[in-house]
Design a protein around this ligand. Structure first.
Ligand code: ATP
Ligand code: MG
Ligand code: MG
Length: 554
């Protein structure tokens, strides 16, 4: 194993271990809110937290942060678990913030009794005005000094469902003049008469994120609670809530912040991804154009390539924007090693070998993956009539055109050298057939002198009578702007790429007759493709996963 320098969170952990923190008390968590599917940004947090668990042999909990019944659903819980498993990580315990509702309620009651929380009965507008601004301190509201008895009665009433939504809230009693706006008596509970996906109608009040999160970390005895940079200002509040309940025989959780992953040409807010789904701008959360884990998986991404990407981008304290091509680079590196090579023609034009016997067919040997000897060989059928790619032929070509043209020779991959002889055109002047002759002695691998002959280029092809038809979905980026959600005056939906999906009818070699969903291939010279889940008995559907950086050189 190679020596790698520690990232700053590993450094923090190493420091606490060397100052006496017991290694067996290290504990981490990944805390998704089940209000959408996981995306590539979450993968960074997953690789970080689970990576620490592996490195230090420490537990990592999967904690569903389900404190907002208005947006959360079981479907999302199931999808998150599936994506995590697919990424290759195993959690220690599956836990839910909602499991702690009773404990959180009891702690809130204790805080009321200690004079650390009160019921505010103003409108949210009035409370917002009293809160002040970053440069102006807030002022105390009229309910701030309610008696403990009255607060307890009202809080109990809130819990029992006696009051309408918006009529009361529970607030922490901290400091309306704090420099940190989040410390100006933040909300702890609001009334919501909502069905919760796990607790049903048991609760009429739900805790706010800032209150629930740190206390949940404490309940689970999480030592290092890692979140993204936008929570830096929340840390003071996280610590304040812990101060109210901390017992020094226990591990005290600490919050650490790292830079979130930003990728160009996409959006990563779950709210916006949900909008794309709900407005049918994409075909579901797992649409292959989505930056979701399920979308990337359906597109043909491998879990290894996503983990590798997270390793390369690293963990830092400063925000930046990562180029999508880095993710594609990681994918290509992986698929290059693992994806079998096959031939497919996606924009076919008919090619006739006029000196090849009409009733003859040959099954030629083809190497499955030159990067992997163990992948072996297969047979591909060859006959007089083939498809080649339309762009691989020019009637009159410039000298640097290393493909087929009249009077010039090219090799057909795994087969023979052919020479362009003539074309057949329709009434409009479009080429409908290319006629060529072949050199019978030039078969690849035959060892003959003619087989060693160097020609300008090598083309892929399929035999028309043996080829299988396939639907091939070609994708382009979903947005035409590098940062679609960065525009103040324009909605991100204004930057949709209207050509992000193109469906073509292609032809593939018959070795692909029995493919199954998610099988991955390199279509030689075209890119990497995987089998889509829409494939049925009678219809093969491929997704273009990613292009090749270079067409092969031979
Ligand atoms: P959104 O704002 O889209 O709803 P979120 O951050 O609220 O996203 P959560 O489900 O709360 O989504 O996130 C779970 C964990 O994943 C959190 O710890 C969060 O910090 C982390 N995370 C979310 N987005 C990113 C990102 N782009 N880069 C790194 N970590 C992320
Ligand atoms: Mg969120
Ligand atoms: Mg969140």
């Amino acid at each position: 194993t190679e020596e790698k320098s520690l990232h700053f969170i590993e450094q923090i952990i190493e420091d606490s271990l060397s100052s006496g923190f017991p290694q067996d008390k290290l504990r981490f968590r990944f805390p998704p809110e089940p209000n959408g599917y996981l995306h590539i940004g979450h993968a960074k947090s997953i690789c970080l937290n689970f990576g620490l668990g592996l490195k230090y042999d420490a537990p990592v909990n999967l904690r569903f942060d389900d404190t907002n019944p208005a947006k959360e659903e079981q479907e999302y819980v199931d999808a998150i678990k599936e994506d995590l498993k697919w990424l290759g990580f195993n959690w220690t315990e599956e836990l839910y913030s909602s499991d702690y509702f009773q404990q959180l309620y009891e702690w809130a009651v204790a805080m009321i009794k200690n004079g650390k929380a009160y019921i505010d009965s103003q409108s949210s507008e009035d409370m917002a005005i009293q809160k002040g601004t970053p440069t102006q301190p807030g002022v105390d509201g009229p309910y701030r000094n309610r008696s403990i008895e009255e607060n307890l009665i009202l809080f109990e009433g809130m819990k029992n469902g006696d009051f309408p939504e918006g009529s009361h809230v529970l607030r922490a009693k901290i400091d309306m003049t704090s420099k940190n706006m989040l410390m100006r008596d933040p909300l702890m509970y609001r009334i919501l008469h909502r069905h919760h996906h796990r607790t049903g109608n048991d609760w009429n009040i739900y805790p706010m994120y800032d209150y629930a999160h740190g206390e949940s970390d404490y309940i689970e005895q999480i030592s290092h609670s890692i979140c993204t940079l936008e929570f830096v200002m929340h840390r003071e509040l996280y610590d304040w809530f812990l101060d109210q309940i901390y017992d020094d025989s226990k591990v005290r959780p600490h919050q650490y912040e790292f830079a979130r992953l930003n990728l160009n040409y996409t959006v990563m807010s779950k709210r916006k991804l949900l909008q794309l789904v709900q407005e049918n701008i994409v075909n579901g959360w797992d649409d292959p154009r989505m930056p979701t884990i399920s979308g990337l998986r359906r597109r043909g991404y491998t879990a290894a390539s996503i983990r590798k990407f997270c390793e390369i981008i690293g963990v830092a304290k400063r925000e930046n924007i990562i180029d999508f091509s880095l993710l594609e680079f990681c994918l290509r590196e992986d698929l290059n090693k693992t994806a079998p090579r096959v031939m497919a023609v996606l924009d076919p034009i008919k090619l006739v070998i006029t000196n090849y016997p009409e009733d003859k067919e040959e099954w030629l040997e083809a190497e499955n993956n030159q990067e992997d000897e163990s992948a072996g060989f297969r047979k591909v059928p060859f006959s007089r009539e083939l498809y080649i790619e339309r762009e691989d032929f020019l009637e009159e070509a410039p000298a640097k055109f290393f493909r087929l043209s009249l009077g010039r020779e090219v090799r057909l991959k795994n087969a023979y050298i052919i020479k362009g002889e003539s074309v057949v055109k329709d009434a409009a002047g479009n080429i409908t057939e290319i006629h060529v002759t072949y050199d019978e002695d030039s078969r690849s691998g035959s060892g003959s002198e003619a087989s060693q002959r160097k020609v300008a280029g090598t083309l892929h092809w399929v035999s028309i009578k043996h080829a299988l038809e396939a639907e091939v979905r070609m994708y382009d980026r979903l947005f035409i702007d590098e940062a679609p959600d960065s525009h103040k005056e324009k909605n991100f939906l204004e930057f949709m790429n209207s050509n992000s999906l193109q469906i073509v009818k292609g032809f593939v070699e018959p070795s692909l007759a029995d493919v199954k969903s998610d099988d991955k291939f390199q279509f030689q010279r075209l890119g990497y493709f995987n089998v889509d889940k829409d494939t049925t008995e009678g219809k093969i559907v491929f997704n273009k996963t990613v292009g090749l950086k270079d067409a092969w050189e031979e």
